[in-house]
Design a protein around this ligand. Structure first.
Ligand SMILES: Cc1cc2nc3c(=O)[nH]c(=O)nc-3n(C[C@H](O)[C@H](O)[C@H](O)COP(=O)(O)O)c2cc1C
Ligand code: SF4
Length: 426
C-alpha cells in the first residue's frame, strides 16, 4: 500500500471534482439523513469523542463549540463558514470548495442542525472567484435536491446559506474582524469575551468554523468516532490537509494522517528538494508560522508535539526553502506582508512591524550592526506579547525562530557581526 492509498477524509490524490450525483453515489448525505433522525446531543457527543479540532488555526474542539451555541438561550443564531483563507501558501479551502463542495455543504448542514441554526453565511475570500462560483451553483443544486433550504429531506429542519464576498484583507479571516466586516463596519478585531458563540453576528450566538473543519463532519458521522481517531494519534485524531509548496519536487495539496513526521511530508509526499539541492529551512504554518531547520523534521505533525517543539501548525502550509535561499529575504518578505495587513489599531503591532521592517532593510543592505539585531528581537517579543490580536501576536514567529536557528545569517549581514549574537548588549 502506498503512503497515499489509505481511505482518508478527503482523498485528494485524484484531484477529482465530485458533483452531487457522484457524491451521493458514494454515500454522501447519508450522514445527514442519519443525524436528522437522531437526538442532536448524540451526534455532538460523537464529534467530541472523535476529537475533531478546528483547522482554522486555533484548534478549538469543534463539538464543544457547537454545544456552546446549542446551549445558548437566544434562538436567533447563525453559522458562518470561514472561507477567507488569507494565510499565504495555503490553498486547502479553495480545493474543498472547487472539488468537494457537497462534502462541505453536508458538514455545514449537520453542524447547523446540531447547533439549532437555520441561517448561514459562507464568507469567501475576495479573490476566490472560482470557489465562489462553484459554491453558488452547489448551494442552488443542494436546494433543488431538498438538501438545503426549507424542510431538508422532509425533516422540518430549515437552513438557508448566503454567500458573502470577503473584504480583501488578511485580518478579516480573524473571526471578530470577519463579523465586523459582514455588519458593514471596518474589518477590525474586537475584544473577546464575549466570544462569537455568545454574541456574534448582530449580537446573536454564532458558530464560526473553517471550511476544512466542517468538511470533516460527514465522515465522522458516517464512519464513527473510533475510525476517525484511528486515522491520527491520541493527541490529534484524524487527518490534516497540507498545502505543500516551495523548493520541492511535488507541490500541491496532500492529506496526511496526524502523527506523520514533517520529514515524510517533505521527502515522501513532496519528493524532497530538487536534485543537487538540500533543504535549508522549512516554513510551517504560513507567513505567521515558524522557520525550522532540516534537523527538526522528525517532529510529528501533532498539536502537542508541535507545541512542545515551538512549531505552529496553523493553516497547515508547509513551504520548503532550499540551500539557494536567503533566510533574511524570506523573513523580510513576511514582515512586509504583515505591515501591509496590520490594521494599525494597536501600537505594538503597528510600530513593532515598522521598526522590524527598517531593521530588515538595513540587514539586507549590509548596513546593520549587532545592536539592530538585538533590537529586532526585543521589538518582536513585545509585539508577540502585547498585540491586541492574533495577527500581531504571530507576525514575529519567523523572526524569533530564524534568530534561534539561523543567527549566523544575521551576524553575517552585520558590519560588526564577528562577535556572537547577544554578546554585545549594552
Ligand atoms: C489574523 C488572523 C487571520 C485568520 N484567518 C483565518 C482564515 O483565513 N480562515 C480561517 O478559517 N480562520 C482564520 N483565522 C482563525 C479564526 O479567527 C477562527 O479561529 C476560525 O475561523 C475558527 O474556526 P475553526 O474552529 O474551525 O478553526 C484567523 C485568525 C487570525 C488571528
Ligand atoms: S495586532 Fe495588529 S492587526 Fe491586530 S489589532 Fe493590533 S494593529 Fe490591528
Amino acid at each position: 500500500m502506498s503512503i497515499t492509498d489509505r481511505q482518508l477524509v478527503f482523498n485528494v490524490e485524484g484531484r477529482e471534482y465530485v458533483d452531487l450525483d457522484l457524491y451521493r453515489s458514494r454515500g454522501g448525505y447519508e450522514a445527514l439523513e442519519k443525524v436528522l433522525a437522531w437526538d442532536p446531543r448524540q451526534a455532538v457527543h460523537m464529534l467530541k469523542e472523535a476529537g475533531l479540532k478546528g483547522r482554522g488555526g486555533a484548534s478549538f474542539p469543534t463539538g464543544l463549540k457547537i454545544e456552546m451555541v446549542r446551549n445558548n438561550r437566544e434562538k436567533e443564531r447563525y453559522i458562518i463558514i470561514n472561507a477567507d483563507e488569507g494565510e499565504p501558501g495555503t490553498f486547502k479551502d479553495r480545493y474543498i470548495m472547487t472539488h468537494l463542495p457537497f462534502q462541505l455543504l453536508e458538514g455545514v448542514t449537520i453542524a447547523a442542525y446540531l447547533a439549532g441554526i437555520s441561517q448561514g453565511i459562507l464568507y469567501v475570500r475576495h479573490e476566490y472567484d472560482e470557489p465562489r462560483s462553484v459554491m453558488r451553483d452547489s448551494i442552488a443544486q443542494a436546494q433543488a435536491a431538498g438538501l438545503l433550504g426549507d424542510d431538508i429531506l422532509g425533516s422540518g429542519f430549515n437552513l438557508h446559506i448566503e454567500l458573502f464576498s470577503g473584504a480583501g484583507s488578511y485580518l478579516c479571516g480573524e473571526e471578530t474582524a470577519l463579523l465586523s466586516s459582514i455588519e458593514g463596519r471596518k474589518g477590525r478585531p474586537q475584544v473577546k469575551p464575549p466570544y462569537p458563540t455568545q454574541q456574534g453576528l448582530w449580537g446573536k450566538p454564532t458558530l464560526i468554523n473553517n471550511v476544512e473543519t466542517l468538511s470533516n463532519i460527514p465522515k465522522i458521522i458516517e464512519k464513527g468516532a473510533l475510525w476517525y481517531r484511528n486515522l491520527g494519534t491520541n493527541d490529534s485524531p484524524g487527518t490534516k490537509l497540507i498545502s505543500l509548496s516551495g523548493d520541492i519536487q511535488f507541490r500541491g495539496l496532500v492529506e496526511v494522517p496526524f502523527g506523520t513526521s514533517f520529514r515524510d511530508i517533505v521527502y515522501k509526499y513532496g519528493g524532497g528538494p530538487k536534485p543537487g539541492r538540500k533543504v535549508k529551512a522549512v516554513n510551517i504554518g504560513g507567513a505567521s508560522g515558524v522557520l525550522v531547520p532540516e534537523e527538526m523534521l522528525d517532529v510529528p505533525l501533532e498539536y502537542g508535539a508541535c507545541s512542545r517543539a515551538g512549531i505552529t501548525i496553523g493553516s497547515g502550509a508547509v513551504f520548503v526553502l532550499d540551500d539557494t535561499r536567503s533566510i533574511l529575504d524570506n523573513v523580510s518578505n513576511r514582515i512586509n506582508f504583515f505591515l501591509h495587513e496590520s490594521c494599525g489599531k494597536c501600537t505594538p503591532c503597528r510600530e513593532g512591524l515598522r521598526q522590524a521592517q527598517i531593521i530588515m532593510e538595513k540587514l539586507l543592505e549590509g548596513r546593520a550592526v549587532m545592536k539592530d539585531v538585538e533590537n529586532l528581537e526585543r521589538y518582536t517579543r513585545v509585539m508577540q506579547n502585547a498585540s491586541f490580536c492574533g495577527l500581531g501576536q504571530a507576525a514575529g514567529n519567523s523572526v524569533i525562530s530564524s534568530l534561534h536557528y539561523y543567527d549566523q545569517e544575521y551576524r553575517g549581514q552585520c558590519v560588526d557581526g564577528d562577535c556572537l549574537y547577544g554578546e554585545e548588549s549594552a
